[in-house]
Design a protein around this ligand. Sequence first.
Ligand code: HEM
Length: 435
Amino acid sequence: MSADQAAPGTKQAHTRGLSRRGLLALVGGGAAGAAVGAAGTAAILAAAGGSDERSHQLSYPFYGEHQAGIVTPAQDRMHFAAFDLAEGLSRDELIELLQDWSYAASRLTQGLEISVAGAFGGGAYMPPDDTGEATDISPAGLTVTIGFGRSLFVTAAGDDRFDLASKLPSEFEDLPKMMNDFIDREQSGGDLCVQGCSNDPQVAVHAIRNLTRIAFGRAQLRWSQLGFGRTSSTSTAQNTPRNLFGQKDGTMNLKAEEPDLLDAHVWVGANQGPLWAVGGSYLVARRINMSIEVWDGVQLGEQERVTGRNKKDGAPLSGGTEFSQPDFSAKGEDGALLVDERSHVARVHPDNNEGIRMLRRGYNFVDGNDAQGRLNAGLFFVAFVNAPERFASVHKNMARDDLFVEYLKTTASSVFLVPPGVSDGQYVGQQLFEA
Ligand code: HEM
C-alpha cells in the first residue's frame, strides 16, 4: 500500500465509508493507501504465485457478477475465518456489518488500507484504523469471499433472528456424517465466513484481522484456519501443485476457462433459485487431517494404487499423461484393473458419480504437532458446488471405502452459501436483504 490516489472528500472506490459502528470498533479516524490494479495480467502472474514483485502487485476486482476467490486463480496462501453474530444483533445492524465488510474488502483488494484514515492518517492521539502490517506488500492478489451459514437464516433451535427464514434455499443443508468424520463442532459452522486468499501470508492475515476488528461487538470469531500452498489449480494458466502426500493435486479440477461447466456445476442457476442466490455458490470446507507419518512409510507403488495416479507426473495408472482421462476398464497382463476400483480417483471421478463435478480450492496446513511428535498436518479442503447434496453424494462414494480414507480423519466440516457478486456501491448479500 502507498499513497491514496483519491483525495479525501472525492468519490472513493466506494460511495460510502465505514459505518459509525465500524469506525467506533476501530476507535480511529484520517487518509492513505494506493490502488495498484493489474487484473488484466492476473491469470498469467498468478501462475507464478510465490512472493515475487509481480505477484505482490496483482489485484483482482472485488466487484463483479460472482464473488472473487472462487474461479480467481488460486493464490498461494489462505486465512479462513467463521464468525458468530452477537446476541440481540438487529437485521439493520447485520446489514451495516456487511456494508462495512464490503467497503473494507473492496479497498483491501485494491491495495488500499481499510479506511481513508488507514494506518497512519488518524493522528497521533487515536489508535490507527488499519493495523498496518500489509503496508507496502499488498494487494498481493488478495481476494475476500464472504459466505452465509445456514444459521444466519434459522438457528438450530429454529430461531428466525433476522427475518430470513423464508429466504433459506431448500438445497441449503449441512453435510451428513461421513465415515471417518470426527467433527469438532466448535471448529465448524458459523453465521458468516470470510475466505481471504493472497500470494502473501501477511496480506491474507491482515485482511481477516482487520475485518474481525471492524466486526467487534457485532460478530465474534468462531474458528479460523491458516493454509499454505494451494492444492488446486483453478486456471489453465497455473501449474498443478502438490499436496502434503506429494501428489499432483488439482489436475482434473474445474477451471475458470470452462464457463459452461462452471454454470452446470458451480454457480447456483436460475432453475435452482432462489433468485437472490443465482450466481452464488455453496462453499464446502472440510478440515482433513492426513496421517503423513504413516503415509511416508508406504511403498511408492501402494501410494500410487491408493490414488489411482502415478505420483511423479500425475498420469492415471491406465496410461497417458497427466491430463489423460483414466480408463477404469483397462487391465494389466495379470488381468487386474490398472486403476483400482477403490482408488481415490475412481471413487470421485464424475463417470462414477452421475457426472457430478466440483471446483476444488483447498490449502495445506500444518498446525504444530502432537505429544508423540507427529505433525498436525492435512488439507483444508474447500470445494464450490451448486448444491451441497451433490457434493455429499460424491463424498459418500469416497468415504464408503476409498483406499485413501485409511490415511485421513476429518475434524471439521462446514457449508456456507456464498452469495453472488455485487457492483460498486453495493454490499455482499444485498440481493438477499432486498428480495
Ligand atoms: C486429504 C484429502 C484429499 C487428498 C489428499 C486428495 C487428493 C487428490 C488427488 C491427488 C487427486 C488427483 C488429481 C486431481 O485430479 O486433482 C484428487 C482428485 C479429486 N478429488 Fe481428492 N483428495 C482429497 C479429498 C477429497 C475430497 C474430500 C473430495 C470430495 C468428495 C475429493 C474430490 C476429488 C475430485 C472430485 C477429484 C477429481 C477426480 C477426477 O475428475 O478425476 N477429494 N484428489
